[in-house]
Design a protein around this ligand. Structure first.
Ligand code: UDP
Length: 335
């Protein structure tokens, strides 16, 4: 009997890559998604694959979650409100989806004793300046008057709740803190920087670096994230632990813009946009973000397979193909 996995957020960027990998391993995959930030295009290629099932609904719908959890052996809980731009624009939905959605999943998984892997985020480290970030260090969030921090805070509540279910109800849970996952199919619609810069560069439009551009990030290839998730879900020692999933390669947004411009041969100017204009007045960005991944390496032998240039090459090729496809569709419609 194949393993049956439920992926909440299964039509999202990471969820759809995970679904593909699990199907390749011969698993039966159930995807739940309300298409808020996910899309049918992400799962188009999977719909005809044997063993793939999907339901378009919210993770906050307890009846649907109960039914789907019941059918599966493992739950990958990825459904969440994501993307800083979206969070700033729609804080009510962010907090409610992230807290209530996770509560619903854990409640029903606990009733049936199904293992749950919870996707958290590197945002939870907030403004901490203790580098590289280790899973057991203190976190430092900004004030509740700045809506950006509601995302980190909602994900921390998810982590507390998952660990509480483990302690009190013996529910097997694993928590992963994802560091800026990137790769083909990620959309820039919700503010993510790499798809945004790549699209701008390929269209020779201004590349918009926010703030002074000296803030840094460590980007993680979606293929590596998926590998880590599937391994962790089937590693008994991982239960009850929190894992950073990232890469040690750090880059500033100024350097990233220049690298993408060079790799695409673009004539785009690189412009700086004040945070107040990009997000909201008084927006606080995270200055630096770099993970310690030794716990993940020791537990499952994790090592990133692609460096940043390798990831960018894949994203550039994918986006270039998408752009020329949409140009073809527009000219065909005009004929
Ligand atoms: N950013 C940027 N230009 C853009 C979009 C994002 O300079 O068009 C910056 C953003 O301010 C942040 C970094 O890129 O410092 C990463 O942003 P993203 O939203 O991808 O992820 P975050 O780390 O903020 O969750």
């Amino acid at each position: 009997m194949p393993v049956r996995s439920l992926i909440t957020g299964g039509a999202g960027f990471i969820g759809s890559h995970l679904a593909e990998a699990l199907l390749k391993r011969g698993e039966e995959v159930y995807a739940l998604d309300n298409l808020s930030t996910g899309s049918m295009a992400n799962i188009d290629a999977l719909k005809s694959r044997p063993g793939f099932h999907y339901v378009l609904d919210s993770v906050r719908n307890a009846y649907v979650v109960a039914e789907m959890v019941d059918r599966c052996d493992v739950v990958y809980h990825l459904a969440a409100a994501v993307g800083v731009k979206l969070i700033v624009e729609d804080p009510v939905n962010t907090i409610e989806t992230n807290v209530h959605g996770t509560e619903t999943v854990l409640h029903h998984a606990s009733k049936k004793g199904k293992k749950v892997l919870i996707a958290s985020t590197s945002e939870v480290y907030g403004k901490s300046e203790q580098f590289p970030f280790r899973e057991d260090q203190d976190v430092l969030l900004g004030p509740s008057s700045k809506s950006r921090w509601s995302y980190a805070c909602s994900k921390l509540v998810d982590e507390f709740l998952a660990l509480a279910y483990l302690r009190q109800k013996k529910l097997p849970v694993v928590i992963v803190r994802l560091f800026n996952t990137v790769g083909p199919r990620q959309t820039g619609r919700y503010g993510m920087v790499i798809p945004t810069f790549v699209r701008q560069a390929l269209r020779n439009e201004p590349i918009t670096v926010y703030g002074d551009g000296r803030q840094s990030r460590s980007f993680t290839y979606v293929g590596d994230v998926v590998w880590a998730l599937t391994r962790l879900a089937h590693t008994p020692e991982a239960v009850g632990q929190i894992f950073n999933v990232g890469s040690g390669q750090e880059i500033t947004m100024n350097e990233l813009a220049a690298l993408i411009k060079k790799m695409t041969g673009s004539s785009s100017p690189i412009v700086h946009v004040p945070y107040a204009e990009a997000y909201e007045q008084g927006f606080e960005d995270t200055g630096r973000r770099v993970p310690d991944i030794s716990r993940l390496a020791a537990t499952i032998g994790y090592r990133p397979t692609l460096d940043l240039e390798g990831i960018l090459k894949k994203v550039i090729d994918h986006t270039a193909a998408e752009l020329s496809e949409s140009v073809r569709a527009v000219s065909a419609a005009a004929v």
